[in-house]
Design a protein around this ligand. Structure first.
Ligand code: GTP
Ligand code: NA
Ligand code: MG
Length: 298
């Protein structure tokens, strides 16, 4: 993209951390304390991504349980998130999945903010956990390092404002921009088949503006967007950079983490998909017999 056409966009934040350290509870706390007014109780379905407003600025959160989507995005070299919020329970400390999350974030060159969670628990040991964090290279800024560590209690909804503040602070130190008028592309957050609505995919727009009626290709899935909704389930016509949307109209379920792109017309889209299908077939045929057997034995 030509830098002259780039405009600031909301930061995209992924929450990672060890099992049961409180990722989902933290996301709920953020959502319930900060989702824009006028929609209380309006969030009925989980779409894997949502936006909140803090001090008049939007922040996009990706809910990636088990960080499957994040891993997939990373393996495709896509910039899945601008910032990782690493949830570490202060009573449990740094655990295997904490280390794994740090490795993911580092490989993707995404800065980490630590949410030191469960500080309400009587067995919480924030200092011990900070020492552990320092040992794995996340030295808290209060100790002269450059990792922001925000004590929170997701359960009691404490420290949430501080966390959002930290996210905006880190965002401001990054160059978070895209061209809303450029080539439309992004990533698949999750997708499924819905009995009534067919293929429903949650997409995150990285660049350009996605519009209802656009022809989208994601991997080997393609189709015209029949309907588009925001994370609250409201109908949308346009979605700019960093906006998560739910779309209907793809012919099959794309993989989470797959990149998507808008094409000028259905013929072009079909051509791209046919080429991909052909390549996939050729790769399969090129596999030696043993590895094919391996594949089927799994
Ligand atoms: P997975 O998705 O299974 O990896 O777990 P998670 O990281 O999403 O954790 P989850 O939000 O499901 O929380 C796990 C447990 O910790 C639940 O019983 C929560 O109620 C509890 N919990 C989460 N945050 C806090 C907190 O701040 N304080 C206390 N005391 N409990 C918490
Ligand atoms: Na859990
Ligand atoms: Mg969870």
């Amino acid at each position: 993209e030509d830098p002259r056409f780039l405009q600031p966009r909301p930061p995209v934040v992924t929450i990672l951390g060890h099992v049961d350290h409180g990722k989902t509870t933290l996301l709920d706390a953020i959502r319930h304390t900060n989702v824009a007014a006028g929609e209380a109780g309006g969030i009925t379905q989980h779409i894997g991504a949502y936006q909140v407003e803090h001090k008049g600025r939007l922040i996009t959160f990706l809910d990636t349980p088990g960080h499957a989507a994040f891993t997939a995005m990373r393996s495709r070299g896509a910039q899945g998130a601008d910032i990782v919020v690493l949830v570490v329970a202060a009573n449990d400390g740094v655990m295997p999945q904490t280390r794994e999350a740090i490795a993911h974030a580092r490989a993707a060159r995404v800065p980490i903010i630590v949410a030191l969670n469960k500080i309400d628990r009587p067995d919480a040991n924030p200092d011990f956990t900070k020492r552990q964090l320092a040992e794995v290279g996340l030295v808290p800024d209060e100790w002269g390092g450059n990792t922001i560590v925000v004590p929170v209690s997701a359960k009691l909804k404490q420290g949430i404002e501080d966390l959002l503040e930290a996210i905006l602070l880190v965002s401001d130190s990054l160059d978070i921009k895209a061209n809303p008028n450029g080539q439309v592309f992004g990533t698949v957050i999750e997708a499924k088949i819905d009995r009534a609505r067919g293929v429903v995919a949650t997409l995150l727009v990285y660049n350009g503006t996605l519009e209802a009626g656009d022809i989208v290709v994601a991997g080997t899935a393609y189709g015209r967007i029949r309907a588009m909704f925001d994370f609250r389930g409201r109908k949308l016509r346009k979605a700019g950079p960093s906006t998560p949307v739910q779309v209907m109209g793809l012919n099959e379920v794309p993989d989470a983490g797959e990149l998507f792109r808008v094409y000028a017309n259905e013929r072009e889209a079909r051509q791209v998909v046919e080429e991909r299908l052909l390549q996939r077939q050729q790769r399969r045929q090129a596999l030696p017999k043993a590895s094919l057997e391996d594949l089927f034995s799994k």
